[in-house]
Design a protein around this ligand. Structure first.
Ligand SMILES: [Zn+2]
Length: 311
C-alpha cells in the first residue's frame, strides 16, 4: 500500500511539475512576446514618425516650390509692368514730341562739320534766296563766334554734331558721348546764347562703325538723347559731298530723289574742304524752289527723318 501511495504521489508530483513547467514556458513566452510586441510598436511608431517626417518634408518642399513659383510670377509681373511702362513712356514721349507737318512741301537743308571759312559764302547764298537751313556744328570756337551769331540772327538753326567728331571716343560709352555732346552744346550757348536741342550723330544713327567701340550703343543713345530732351535728325537725301562728289554729281544725287516727298532732309557739309558744296548750293536751292518746296530751318517741332539703327 505504501508503495502504491508513493507511486501515486510521484505521478501527481510529475503531473504538477509538468503543468508548472508548461505554464512557466507560456508565461516566459508571453513576457517575451510582450517585449517583442513593445519593440515592434516602438519600431512602428518610429517608422510612423519618420514617414510623417518625410511627409512633412514633402509638404515643406512643395510649399517652397509654391513660394518660388509665386515669387517667379511676381517677378514676371514686375517685368511685364516695367515693359508696359517703358512702352507708355515712349508713347508719351512721342505724343509730347509730335512733329508739326507743314501742309506744303518742305526742304530742310543741313550742313555738318562746320563752320569753316566757307560758311559765310553759304550764308550769303541762303540769304539771296531767303532760304533757311540748319548747321550741325563741330567748330563752336571763338574764331567762328561771328559766323555762329550770323546763323542765329538770319533765321537758321544751330544743331549739335560733336565737339571732337572722334568715333572711337564718342561711341566708346554713353558717358563719353554725352560729355562730348554737352561740350559742344555749352560752347554754342556761350558764344551765341542759343540753347540747341537738335542733334545729328556723327555717321548718323544708322552707323555701324560704333559697333567697333561699343556693341549696341546706338540703340541706347537714340533712346537716351530723347529722354534727355534732344531731337536727333538723320537725312533722306544724301548730296554725296562727304564722299567727294563734285557740284554736278551733287545735283544729280539730289534730283534722283522723287520730288513728291512731303519733306526732305538734305545732307551736306560746310567743312573747309567742301568747296564743291558751295558751288552746287545755288542750283540745289533753285531745284527745290522750282519743285514747290519751302526751304526752312529745323525746329524742335519739325519732323525727324531717322534711319534704322544698326548697332
Ligand atoms: Zn560729321
Amino acid at each position: 500500500m505504501r508503495k502504491i501511495k508513493l507511486l501515486l504521489l510521484l505521478i501527481v508530483f510529475i503531473l504538477f511539475n509538468s503543468y508548472v513547467i508548461q505554464k512557466g514556458i507560456y508565461i516566459n513566452n508571453s513576457i517575451k512576446e510582450n517585449k517583442y510586441s513593445k519593440k515592434l510598436n516602438k519600431e512602428i511608431m518610429l517608422k510612423k514618425k519618420v514617414s510623417s517626417g518625410i511627409k512633412d518634408n514633402v509638404l515643406l518642399d512643395s510649399s517652397i516650390a509654391i513660394t518660388d513659383n509665386l515669387i517667379n510670377d511676381v517677378n514676371i509681373d514686375i517685368e511685364k509692368k516695367e515693359k508696359e511702362k517703358d512702352k507708355l513712356d515712349e508713347k508719351l514721349l512721342a505724343m509730347k514730341k509730335q512733329p508739326i507737318i507743314n501742309d506744303y512741301k518742305t526742304a530742310y537743308l543741313t550742313f555738318d562739320d562746320g563752320p569753316s571759312w566757307l560758311t559765310p559764302e553759304i550764308l550769303d547764298i541762303l540769304k539771296k534766296h531767303n532760304a533757311h537751313a540748319t548747321f550741325f556744328v563741330v567748330n563752336a570756337v571763338d574764331n567762328y563766334k561771328d559766323v555762329l551769331n550770323r546763323m542765329v540772327n538770319e533765321g537758321h538753326t544751330i544743331g549739335l554734331h560733336s565737339a571732337t567728331h572722334k568715333y572711337d571716343y564718342i561711341y566708346s560709352s554713353e558717358q563719353a558721348y554725352f560729355d562730348d555732346l554737352n561740350r559742344i552744346k555749352d560752347s554754342v550757348k556761350r558764344l551765341t546764347g542759343y540753347n540747341s536741342t537738335l542733334i545729328r550723330f556723327p555717321g548718323g544713327s544708322s552707323n555701324t562703325v560704333s559697333a567697333k567701340y561699343n556693341k549696341g550703343i546706338m540703340s541706347r543713345l537714340t533712346k537716351e538723347v530723347q529722354v534727355r530732351g534732344f531731337y536727333y535728325h538723320d537725312w533722306n537725301v544724301d548730296s554725296g559731298d562727304a564722299a567727294g562728289a563734285n557740284a554736278d554729281r551733287m545735283i544729280s544725287n539730289i534730283e534722283r530723289v522723287p520730288s513728291d516727298k512731303k519733306y526732305v532732309n538734305v545732307l551736306m557739309h560746310d567743312a573747309g574742304s567742301k568747296r564743291q558744296t558751295v558751288l552746287a548750293l545755288d542750283r540745289i536751292i533753285t531745284y527745290y524752289e522750282q519743285n514747290g518746296y519751302h526751304l526752312e530751318a529745323l525746329k524742335e517741332s519739325s519732323p525727324c527723318v531717322r534711319h534704322a539703327v544698326n548697332n
